[in-house]
Design a protein around this ligand. Sequence first.
Ligand SMILES: Cc1cc2nc3c(=O)[nH]c(=O)nc-3n(C[C@H](O)[C@H](O)[C@H](O)COP(=O)(O)O)c2cc1C
Length: 172
Amino acid sequence: METWDAIRSRRNVRAYQDSPIRAEDLDRILEAGRLSPSSINWQPWDFVVVTGRERLQELAKVWQGAGHVASSAATIVLVGPVLGDEDIRKDWVQYDLGQATMSMMLAAADLGIGSCHGAVHDQELARELLGLPADRFAVYMLGLGFPADRAIAPLAKHNRRPFDEVVHRDRW
Ligand SMILES: Cc1cc2nc3c(=O)[nH]c(=O)nc-3n(C[C@H](O)[C@H](O)[C@H](O)COP(=O)(O)O)c2cc1C
């Protein structure tokens, strides 16, 4: 798929077909995350890939808006470092892992695979399920799977604020 088509095709997909993702496709999505840019190239991420149905069902309980994880073909948990409030890098973690998330979503769209963000509210449950070390936390999850409703293709219309309202030229 053309990059521009992938950008226009990506949407949050919360219901999935009961079909697995090929290992090489999953690896490509992970590789897209690994290749993402980060502040001073510190690459603060680790990715935990979960494919076992029982663990996915448990993982879906970390946030009320993460129900889609239970039926995903795979979910990638983006893991970052625990930092003190005074640590300037604390803001960088969110930005950097956000960029990795978007790269992975576009790589997934390119392969016709749907994806959906999932917040992690219950960090203790995530830590227990995934065996995360004390100095790491689950920043976000990315559920993946082939869409149950319709194939990944450029959307005719996007639910977004108008271009001219969003874009400011030269100054606000
Ligand atoms: C930082 C962030 C957190 C999100 N958290 C969740 C979530 O926990 N559960 C969920 O179903 N969707 C989540 N979303 C998806 C958004 O609701 C979605 O991107 C937005 O409604 C636009 O829809 P679209 O991505 O299909 O275009 C999140 C998106 C972002 C960027």
